[in-house]
Design a protein around this ligand. Structure first.
Ligand code: IPD
Ligand code: CA
Ligand code: CA
Length: 273
């Protein structure tokens, strides 16, 4: 059950403080090269290196100092999971690990503070473009300090769609391909960036009109969900549930500009239904 009690801190000030922690970590990522010999395999096509772990440890140290009462859910496990804390920092130190390893400059740091299951502070920092997307509950979404919002397109035929291709969980591949086919036929085109956090940030600032992916993890999407919500967009599961706990699991992520959501979700419901 999500807590409804007022926040015990100034969310805008906390966002600014978190940005100060995150920026240098993003700059560190840009300078790193990972040799094949240094890659660890966590699971099928799930890679990690010393870069992810070093970045995460730096984030955990800085964020802990900002809000000592908050726990953590951090991808690489450098902070123990704290399931009972009301507030938790949900941290992906490097979203786009495979891109970084292959020298593709599309990756970011993604950090959210969640209250129960609802993100209340979000930062997605893309150090390659020096783009810092921020949001706090009730405060709107900003890109490098300037307000941004979702696109105002109203037809799928005018939309640019983003997705993440299945790469380790192929159980819903047929449904996924059905949706992909419908979007390919029905939209302006489809993009696969390789970073779910950047995909969601781009929905929030109107570059993409719709994003969908299944079998993500909380740290991939916690910050991006709030960016989209505060930018006026729609976020839900594939059945259209606006359920914070279900969404935060990352099992089914759908996000869209408000004028595209109904038509876009009909495609997903039909394919995955
Ligand atoms: C990955 C990215 C990618 C998505 C993968 C994620 P990582 O995160 O967000 O876009 O398709 O499922 O695992 O491993 O680079 O942090
Ligand atoms: Ca990730
Ligand atoms: Ca990661």
């Amino acid at each position: 059950m999500d807590s409804l009690a007022p926040l015990s801190f100034d969310a805008e000030a906390l966002t600014s403080g978190a940005v100060e922690v995150i920026r240098p970590v993003g700059e560190y990522l840009v300078e790193q090269r990972v040799a094949e010999a240094d890659i660890e395999v966590k699971g099928l096509n799930s890679l990690v290196s010393h870069v992810d772990k070093t970045a995460e440890a730096r984030l955990v140290k800085g964020l802990q100092a900002l809000l000592p009462e908050a726990g953590f859910l951090a991808e690489e496990g450098t902070a123990g999971a704290s399931d009972n804390a009301r507030f938790r920092w949900v941290v992906d130190p490097l979203d786009g690990t495979t891109n970084l390893i292959h020298g593709l400059p599309v990756f970011c740091v993604s950090v959210a503070l969640v209250d129960g299951h609802q993100p209340v502070v979000a930062i997605v920092y893309d150090p390659n473009r020096d783009e810092c997307f921020t949001a706090w509950q009730g405060g709107g979404t900003h890109l490098n300090g300037k307000p941004v919002c979702c696109a105002d397109r109203s037809q799928l035929s005018d939309a640019l769609v983003a997705t993440g291709f299945p790469h380790w969980d192929f159980d819903r591949m047929d449904d996924y391909l059905e949706a992909l086919t419908a979007y390919a036929r029905g939209s302006r085109g489809i993009r696969r960036m390789g970073s779910a956090a950047i995909d969601l940030a781009y929905v929030a600032c109107g570059r993409f009109d719709l994003f969908f992916e299944y079998s993500l993890q909380p740290w991939d999407i916690a910050a991006g969900l709030l960016l989209v919500q505060e930018a006026g967009g729609i976020t839900c599961t594939f059945s259209g549930q606006d359920d914070t706990q279900a969404m935060l699991s990352g099992a089914e992520t759908f996000a869209a500009a408000p004028g595209i959501a109904k038509e876009g979700l009909a495609v997903i419901r039909s394919a995955f239904g």
